[in-house]
Design a protein. Sequence first.
Length: 299
Amino acid sequence: MSTETTQMAQTIAAAQIPVLIALLALGTAAKIRIARTGAEPGGMSGMGPAVLVPERWRAPVMLCCAAGEAVLAGGLAVTGLPVFRWGTVMFFSVSTYVLWELRRRRPDVGCGCFGEVSSAPVGARSFARTVVLTAMAAGAAWTVPASGWSVLSGPSWTEGLAAAAGLLLIAALSPEIEETAARLRHRAPCEERPLDAATAAARLRASAVWRSHREWLSAAEPVDSWRELCWRFFVYPGRSPAGEPVDVVFAVYLAGRKPAVRVALVGPDGAVTGAEPVRAADSSSGDSGGFQVLATHEH
């Protein structure tokens, strides 16, 4: 092989480092989400390698895998050390073997590579993708030491085209793209979409409404919680500004990137003694009825 050909091959191989970083980062985020939302019994019964270990070890194994991917992605991004490059080769090689085992032992489950959208049974495309990624990682290990950031900071036309070709190849081998598109086309209405209480609680505690009313609460944890259509309600014991015992009821809207949060004070007789006013912008989005169900809900 001539020097020019070798240099061209190394350039194309180095251009795949950002592709590997992107795939590792996406895999990290997806596995953390799986471990968080699927921690209940049976929650990860159809998610890739998790089915190959006892149920009580599934979430820890998923988190360990996510940690390994995060370390490799970070190492590839900021350094050119061989340990991260060969570690990536080993990771995708093991992933290829695991997918082979899944197809042989549990053909009914998905790879879980990118969360719920990877729940379809492992097919030839998913398996071929890990083979291609292993080859990309091996090629990156063969090139001259360079960080992923240095490749991205000033790519040549050859590197840009090679990276784009690598992305297109991975996309062609990813059934998750079709699954995501299908979910977007047939997205369930807000009231039918699943959203766990922990996520709604996190949204509540990150809101300005929570910070401004936290001093009214007598306990750190809610005494009741329920869902009504697109709203999740949390009830905390507390006292009104006048010092009277009340239930402080927060309502969190379950749709949107910045969901609305409402608060109301409910007296011992069940009457709403005070509620945060609804702004006109909120009523136009369909979330102004958050506390209409308080009158019918029994604690």
